[in-house]
Unconditional design. Structure first.
Lengths: 180, 730, 328
C-alpha cells in the first residue's frame, strides 16, 4: 500500500536542487534544518510569532515554520546561507556587520531574509500599515524609518538590535537608490 | 618585564617565533614592551559578525550529530497536586519511540544541587509524583525524530490528583517572610518614622510589576551523550563552567567527568543562568538511560512554562523630603514571589541603599512563597523592578514639591555610601544627569503635566537616575604563547550576544601589546577552567581580569622561554585584596512619549541614556548592549506581563503572540552614550554594561506618561486599557 | 501532529471531491491551520491544498465592484491598486494584520475561516466549548482581558481575530462558495452565526464547501474609508478593538456611514445602530459619540474587559472624526 502520509518533493534551495521524501507533517523549516543541512533559519517559536525562520519562497518572504514542506514542493527557497553570492556578502549583510545590526545573532537570519523580501515589496509599490494614504497612485511610499519598522515588525529581536537593523536597512536602501 | 622597548640585543631564539609575519625587524620582545595599541576603546564589528550574517554560526540545536535521538518534554497541566498515573502504553507503541522517562524510572538526582541560594527543586525533575506548579516537566518522550517524540508525547495519558494551589501574591500575603540576606542585610539607618513625620512632603505609594520572562530568541536546547566515563554536553547557557559543576553535583559525577560547551548562545537575559536548565537535566537523564546522544529542545511555550522568570513584585515606597528637596527618609519595602521549591532574592532595594543621600533609610525585602515556577534572575534582577518603584516615587516627590525631578536628584548626591558608609570608587551620576539633560533639551520642559499636545496626542517627558553594582568574580584564564607567533587565550566565558568574543580579544591584545589578529580566543567550554558566567554584569569584567592577569604573567616569563609556553591566572586572590567600596555603574535616562488618551496607546518617541560604565572596551558593541537594555526596559514599561489564569493559576500567555515583547514598530531611534569614566578597582578600568540599560528605563517612561497625561501609572505594564480615558460627559 | 495525506488538485470540482470525506481540510496559506495542527487542536487526516486552484487574483465585477479570488494572498489583496483606490479601509485592515511574512502566505478565503485566538481554545488541556462542545468555557471565569463584550453567550466569549473581515463587513462583502451541488453565495454579515449554544459552529458554510471568492459591491466603494486598530504593541498583535468605517459627508451632514467593529464579538460586527443614528445627522464628534453609544448600549462586558466599551466608543468617534475632517 502506498504511504499517503509521505511525499516525494523537490526543493531548489539557494540554487541547489534537493529531492526529498518527507513526512507530510514536516515543516519547510525542519526540512531545511534536518534534511538539506540549512541550519541558518532558526526555530524561535515554531508558531509564526517571531520571524526567526523567515526564508524567501519563490522570492517572497514567508515563515518556514508554518509552511509545510510538501506544500512548498517545486519551489525556489532562499535561506540566509544563500544571500551572499560568489563569496560576496549581500549589501544588507555587510551593513548588518558594520552597524552591529545584531547581538546574539539568533534572529538575524530571519531579519535579513525578511529585509530582502521587504525591500522588494516596497520596490513593487506595496503600502504598509503606516502608509498615510494607501490609495496614492504612483510610486511607492518613501521608505523612511517608520515604514521600515512597521514592515519588519514580524521579526522580533530580544537583544534589542532594532535601531541598528533599521539603520542598516535604510543605508542599504539609499545606497541601492544612488547606484541604481 | 625583562625586555625594554629599546633593547638592541637580538631576542632569544625562543622569541623569534613571536615575530608576526609582516612585522619589521624589531625584536618581538621589544614589541612586547611598546605602549598599548589602542585595542581597547576601538569600535570594531563583532569578530563572529560574518558568520552570524551568513547563517554559519551554530547554536546548541544546530550541531549536526549522528545517531541523535530527540526528547520531547511533557509538562503538567494542573497547578498543584500529584501525578496519579502516566499511561505510556500508547506512546511506547508508536513508531520510533525509544522510551518515556518519568518519576517512576528517571535517574535519581542529588537533591542538594542548586544555585547560590541553596538547593533548587526547580532542577530536581522527575524525582517524585508532586506537581509544585503548572507547567512542571513531568515526563520526557524519547524517539528517533522530533516529530515522533512530539506525537508520542501527545499520546501520553496523564491523570492527576489535584490539590488547592495559591498563586495570589501580594505584599500582605500571610506567608510573607523576610527574604534571604544573600546580598547583605536590610538597611536600617536613622529613624524613618521620625524623618517622615518631619518632612514637608511625603510620598507613600505602592508599585506593582508582573512576572516577566527573559524570552531570549533561542529556545533552550541541550544535547548530551556519554564518551566512556565522560559526559559531553552542548547546551544553551550563560556559563558552561558553572553549568558543568551543577550537572556534576546533580548527577553524582566528578566535576572532570562533565564537559559542557555553549559555542554560540541566542540570548540569555538570565534565563540561561542559575544552575542548569530543564532541557539539560532531561537530556542527560535520557542520554544515560538510552545510551544515545539525546537532544532536548524546548518549545517556545515550554520556555515560558519551565525556565525561570522574574518574579512579580509588590513594593511600598515612602520618601520624605524637605521643601528644598533634600531627602529625609527613604523607606522601601519590597515583596516578591518565590517558589516553594527554591529560595531566591529579587533584590529590589539595591538602588535605595546607594543612589541618594537621606537621613534615614530603611529597606525590607520580603519573599512570598507561592505555587509557581521558581523565579530567578532576569536582566537587572531586583534593580529593575526596584528602580521602577524608587524612581517613580522620586518623580512623585518632585511633583509634590513642584520641583524639577532632575534637580531633585542633583540635590541628593551622597558623599559616601548612604547605608554602607563606604567611599564610592567613582560616582559619575551627576555627569550623566547633566550631560543627558543637555542633549535631551530637558531645560525647556514644562513643570506642569498635561501641558503639551500635538493634535489629539498628549506629549510628555520623563527621566530616571540609575546605578548598577559593578565588580568581578573569580575566574581563571590561560594564555599560550604559540611557536607560530600567535597567542591562544582560553577562558570559560560565554558569548550570549554581549560581544564577549570581540571584547576579550581586544582586552587580550592590549594586555599582550599585540595586534588582535594574533589572538586565538577559546571560550564557551567548561574544560577551559573555572570562570564566572555571563551574568550580573560581571562577565566581561571577570574574564578580562583573568586575561590581563595571565597576560602580565606570560609577559614576565617570555624572555628566554621555550615555546609554546602556557600560563594561567586565577583572579580569586586579587579580588579578595580589593578594598571594600561602593562600586557602581551609573546612568540617566530621558524619554519623550506620546499618549493618545482616546485609545490609551503610548509610544516612546525619544529615548536617551547617558552612561558611566567605566572604560569602554568597544563603543560599537557596548552601545548596542545599552540600547538593547533600554529596549527591554521599554518593553517592560509598556508590554510585558506574564498573565496567570485567575481560575486555574496557570500561566496563560506563554507564547510570543500572548507575551508581547517590543517589536520593531515600538522602538524609536535610541541614543546611548558614555561619559568619561574609569573603575580604579579593575585592572582595565571597566565596569559591566549588560544590565544597566534596562534598569532605569521603565521609570523614565512611566514618569513621562504622567507628564503627558497627569496620571500616575504604578502598575506595569502601562497597557492601553490602563491609560485609556473616558470621554468627557456630554 | 497527526499523520495526514496531502493533495494539490488543479480544479475546484476535484478539490471538492477530495474534501468530501470527514476529516479532510482545505489548506491555504496554513498560517492558522498548521499552527493548530501542531498542538492537535486541528487533526485533519487529509489536506487538500487549494493554492493550485484557479482562484487567485483580483478582477473587476460588472457592478463596478471587485471580485477577490479566494486564494489571493493577503499581501496581493492589500497591494492591489483597485482595492486601495476603491476600498482603502480593506487594504489598511489587511495590512494591520499579522506580519509581512504571514500576509504573503495567508489567503483571503483562509482569513475568513481562521479560528479564534482565545488561549483556552488553543490549549487542549483546558475546557472549551468551541473545541470540545459541552466541556465548558474557561474564559468567562478565567483570563478574558481580550474577549467579547457583545453577542457572547454562557457557552463562549471568544472573539473573531480577523482584521480583514471587519473591513469586508463594512463594505457589504459577499462570500461565494462551491459545493458538489453547485455554487452559492452569502453576505459576509450573515456568514458567521450567533454564538448561542453552538460556539463550535463558526460559519454558515456547509460541510465540504470551498470558498471561491469574495465580492465587493460597486455601490460600497468608498475612497474615503479608514481602518484603525488598537493593540498592545504598535504592530504584530491581534486587536483589542478595531474599527472600519466609511463616511459620506455633504455640507457638514452625514449622507451615509459604514461602520464595522472588530475585537468585540465572535464575529466582525456591522454597527447598524450607529449607522442609523448618523443618517442625516451633523458630522460632529458629539453626534459620533451618540452613534457609538447607540451601538454599544448592548455591551455586556466580562469582569476584566469593560475597557473595550470605552475603547470602542472612543475609536469610533476618532475614526469618524478623522474621516469627516481629514485635515485634522
Amino acid at each position: 500500500m502506498t504511504d499517503y502520509t509521505r511525499s516525494e518533493i523537490h526543493l531548489c534551495v539557494n540554487g541547489q536542487s534537493h529531492r526529498l521524501n518527507v513526512d507530510n507533517r514536516r515543516t519547510l523549516l525542519d526540512a531545511l534544518r534536518e534534511e538539506t543541512g540549512h541550519t541558518g533559519p532558526k526555530k524561535g517559536c515554531d508558531r509564526g510569532q517571531c520571524g526567526a525562520c523567515t526564508v524567501l519562497l519563490d522570492g517572497r518572504r514567508v515563515v518556514s515554520c508554518l509552511t509545510l514542506a510538501v506544500a512548498a514542493d517545486g519551489s525556489d527557497v532562499t535561506t540566509i546561507e544563500g544571500l551572499a553570492s560568489d563569496g560576496e556578502l549581500h549589501p544588507l549583510q555587510q551593513a548588518f556587520v558594520q552597524l552591529d545590526g545584531f547581538q546574539c545573532g539568533y534572529c538575524t537570519p530571519g531579519q535579513l531574509c525578511s529585509a530582502v523580501g521587504m525591500l522588494a515589496e516596497h520596490a513593487a509599490g506595496w503600502p504598509s500599515a503606516v502608509t498615510t494614504d494607501v490609495s496614492a497612485e504612483g510610486p511607492a511610499p518613501e521608505l523612511d524609518a517608520e515604514e521600515v519598522r512597521e514592515r519588519l515588525s514580524g521579526n522580533l529581536c530580544r537583544c534589542g538590535a532594532y535601531p541598528s537593523i533599521v539603520r542598516a536597512v535604510l543605508e542599504t536602501a539609499s545606497r541601492a537608490e544612488v547606484t541604481g | 618585564m625583562a625586555a625594554s622597548s629599546t633593547s638592541p640585543s637580538p631576542a632569544p631564539s625562543g622569541h623569534q617565533a613571536l615575530r608576526p609575519n609582516t612585522a619589521g625587524t624589531s625584536a618581538p620582545s621589544a614589541r612586547m614592551g611598546e605602549p598599548p595599541l589602542g585595542a581597547i576603546g576601538m569600535a570594531r564589528p563583532r569578530v563572529e559578525g560574518m558568520a552570524k550574517v551568513t547563517g554559519a554560526v551554530r547554536y546548541a540545536a544546530d550541531e549536526p550529530m549522528s545517531e541523535l535521538a530527540h526528547g520531547w518534554v511533557v509538562t503538567s497541566t494542573v497547578t498543584r497536586g500529584r501525578i496519579r498515573d502516566i499511561d505510556t502504553s500508547a506512546a511506547l507503541a508508536m513508531p520510533g519511540v525509544l522510551g518515556v522517562l518519568d518519576h517512576s524510572n528517571a535517574p535519581r538526582l542529588n537533591l542538594d544541587a542548586g544555585s547560590f541560594f541553596g538547593p533548587d527543586g526547580g532542577m530536581h525533575l522527575l524525582q517524585n509524583d508532586e506537581i509544585p506548579h503548572s507547567g512542571r516537566p513531568i515526563a520526557l518522550v524519547v524517539a528517533e525524530t522530533a516529530e515522533q517524540a512530539r506525537s508520542a508525547a501527545m499520546a501520553l495519558r496523564v491523570t492527576y490528583d489535584e490539590e488547592p494551589y495559591d498563586v495570589d501574591f501580594s505584599l500582605e500575603h500571610p506567608a510573607a517572610r523576610p527574604a534571604t540576606a544573600f546580598f547583605g542585610e536590610d538597611a536600617t539607618v536613622g529613624d524613618v518614622e521620625r524623618e517622615v513625620a518631619a518632612s514637608t512632603v511625603a510620598v507613600d505609594e505602592r508599585y506593582v510589576t508582573p512576572e516577566a520572562h527573559g524570552a531570549a530568541m533561542e529556545p533552550h536546547s541541550a544535547t548530551a551523550w556519554w564518551e566512556g566515563e565522560r559526559l559531553q554536553v552542548v547546551d544553551s547557557n550563560q556559563g558552561p563552567f558553572l553549568v558543568a559543576m551543577t550537572v556534576a553535583t546533580l548527577f553524582h559525577l566528578e566535576p572532570k567527568q562533565v564537559r559542557v560547551r555553549s559555542l554560540h548562545v541566542g540570548g540569555g537575559f538570565g534565563s540561561k543562568s542559575g544552575g542548569c536548565g530543564p532541557q539539560l537535566v532531561l537530556a542527560v537523564m535520557a542520554a544515560t538511560m538510552f545510551n544515545r546522544a539525546v537532544r532536548v529542545t524546548l518549545t517556545r511555550s515550554q520556555v515560558f512554562q519551565t525556565v525561570s522568570m522574574r518574579p512579580a513584585t509588590d513594593q511600598r515606597v515612602r520618601i520624605g523630603a524637605d521643601a528644598d528637596g533634600r531627602l529625609r527618609a527613604i523607606d522601601h519595602t519590597a515583596a516578591f514571589e518565590v517558589s516553594k521549591l527554591a529560595d531566591y532574592l529579587e533584590n529590589c532595594t539595591e538602588l535605595s541603599n546607594t543612589l541618594y543621600a537621606a537621613r534615614a533609610i530603611r529597606t525590607r525585602r520580603t519573599a512570598v512563597p507561592v505555587d509557581i515556577l521558581p523565579p530567578y534572575s532576569v536582566r537587572g534582577p531586583g534593580a529593575t523592578p526596584g528602580s521602577f518603584a524608587l524612581e517613580s516615587a522620586m518623580d512623585e516627590v518632585a511633583e509634590r514639591l513642584r520641583m524639577d525631578p532632575l534637580e531633585l536628584r542633583l540635590r541628593n548626591e551622597p558623599r559616601v555610601g548612604p547605608v554602607s558608609g563606604l567611599p564610592f570608587s567613582r560616582r559619575n551620576l551627576v555627569t550623566c544627569l547633566r550631560e543627558g539633560a543637555r542633549r535631551f533639551g530637558w531645560a525647556t520642559r514644562d513643570r506642569e503635566p498635561r501641558t503639551r499636545s500635538e493634535g489629539h496626542l498628549l506629549v510628555g517627558t520623563g527621566m530616571a537616575a540609575t546605578s548598577f553594582s559593578a565588580g568581578a568574580l573569580p575566574s581563571t584564564a590561560s594564555i599560550t604563547a604559540e611557536a607560530d607567533g600567535g597567542f591562544t587565550v582560553a577562558i570559560g566565558a560565554s558569548d550570549i550576544g554581549t560581544g564577549a568574543r570581540t571584547a576579550l580579544t581586544a582586552v587580550a591584545a592590549e594586555a599582550l601589546r599585540i595586534d588582535p589578529e594574533r589572538i586565538r580566543l577559546l571560550i564557551a567550554d567548561s574544560d577551559l577552567g573555572p570562570a564566572w558566567s555571563a551574568g550580573g554584569s560581571r562577565g566581561t569584567t571577570s574574564w578580562s581580569w583573568a586575561i590581563t592577569g595571565a597576560a602580565a604573567k606570560l609577559r614576565s616569563q617570555l624572555a628566554g622561554a621555550t615555546l609554546p609556553l602556557t600560563v594561567s591566572f586565577d583572579t580569586t586572590e586579587s579580588l579578595g585584596a580589593l578594598p571594600p567600596m561602593e562600586r557602581h555603574s551609573y546612568s540617566a535616562v530621558f524619554c519623550e512619549v506620546t499618549v493618545d488618551p482616546a485609545t490609551g496607546e503610548v509610544r516612546v518617541r525619544r529615548l536617551l541614556g547617558m552612561f558611566a560604565v567605566g572604560r569602554v572596551i568597544n563603543p560599537l558593541l557596548a552601545r548596542s548592549q545599552l540600547v538593547g537594555g533600554m529596549i527591554m526596559g521599554l518593553s517592560m514599561a509598556l508590554h510585558e506581563e506574564g498573565v496567570r489564569d485567575p481560575a486555574t493559576g496557570r500561566h496563560v500567555n506563554g507564547d510570543f503572540a500572548g507575551y508581547h515583547i517590543a517589536a520593531h514598530a515600538d522602538i524609536p531611534d535610541i541614543e546611548a552614550d558614555f561619559v568619561p569614566d574609569y573603575e580604579p578597582g579593575d585592572p582595565s578600568g571597566i565596569k559591566g554594561v549588560g544590565e544597566i540599560g534596562t534598569v532605569g528605563t521603565a521609570a523614565a517612561i512611566a514618569n513621562a506618561v504622567w507628564h503627558a497625561t497627569g496620571r500616575r501609572h504604578r502598575t506595569l505594564p502601562i497597557r492601553p486599557d490602563r491609560v485609556l480615558e473616558e470621554p468627557p460627559p456630554r | 501532529m497527526k499523520e495526514f495525506s496531502y493533495q494539490r488538485p488543479g480544479q475546484v470540482r476535484e478539490a471538492l471531491a477530495l474534501a468530501a470525506d470527514d476529516g479532510a481540510r482545505f489548506l491555504g496559506g496554513g498560517t492558522n491551520l498548521v499552527d493548530l495542527m501542531k498542538d492537535g487542536i486541528e487533526t485533519p487526516n487529509r489536506l487538500v491544498d487549494v493554492r493550485g486552484l484557479p482562484l487567485d487574483g483580483v478582477r473587476d465585477a460588472p457592478d463596478g465592484g471587485l471580485v477577490i479570488g479566494a486564494t489571493t494572498t493577503n499581501s496581493d489583496a492589500a497591494a492591489h491598486p483597485e482595492v486601495r483606490r476603491r476600498y482603502p479601509a480593506l487594504s489598511q485592515a489587511v495590512l494591520a494584520g499579522a506580519s509581512g511574512q504571514l500576509r504573503n502566505m495567508a489567503t483571503v478565503g483562509g482569513n475568513l475561516l481562521q479560528r479564534t485566538r482565545c488561549g483556552y481554545f488553543a490549549d487542549s488541556s483546558q475546557p472549551c466549548n468551541k473545541r470540545s462542545p459541552g466541556s465548558g468555557c474557561s474564559a468567562i471565569a478565567g483570563e478574558h482581558h481580550n474577549h467579547a463584550i457583545l453577542g457572547w453567550s454562557d457557552h463562549c466569549a471568544a472573539t473573531h481575530p480577523s482584521d480583514m473581515a471587519v473591513a469586508l463587513v463594512a463594505f457589504d462583502a459577499v462570500v461565494h462558495y462551491e459545493t458538489l451541488d453547485g455554487t452559492q453565495e452569502i453576505p459576509l454579515s450573515e456568514f458567521y452565526p450567533p454564538v448561542g449554544e453552538t460556539p463550535q459552529r463558526e460559519t454558515m458554510l456547509p460541510s465540504g464547501a470551498l470558498i471561491t471568492a469574495v465580492t465587493l459591491p460597486g455601490a460600497a466603494a468608498s475612497p474615503r474609508s479608514r481602518y484603525r486598530k488598537v493593540r498592545e504593541r504598535a504592530s504584530y498583535a491581534f486587536a483589542n478593538v478595531s474599527v472600519a468605517a466609511a463616511l459620506d459627508v455633504n455640507e457638514g451632514v452625514v449622507q451615509g456611514a459604514r461602520i464595522a467593529l472588530g475585537g468585540l464579538a465572535s464575529r466582525p460586527l456591522r454597527a447598524h445602530a450607529a449607522e442609523s443614528a448618523l443618517q442625516g445627522a451633523p458630522a460632529t464628534a458629539d453626534r459620533f459619540g451618540v452613534a457609538a453609544d447607540a451601538e454599544l448600549s448592548a455591551a455586556r462586558p466580562l469582569r476584566d474587559n469593560a475597557y473595550k466599551v470605552t475603547l470602542a466608543r472612543n475609536l469610533i468617534v476618532a475614526v469618524l472624526t478623522e474621516l469627516a475632517h481629514p485635515a485634522e
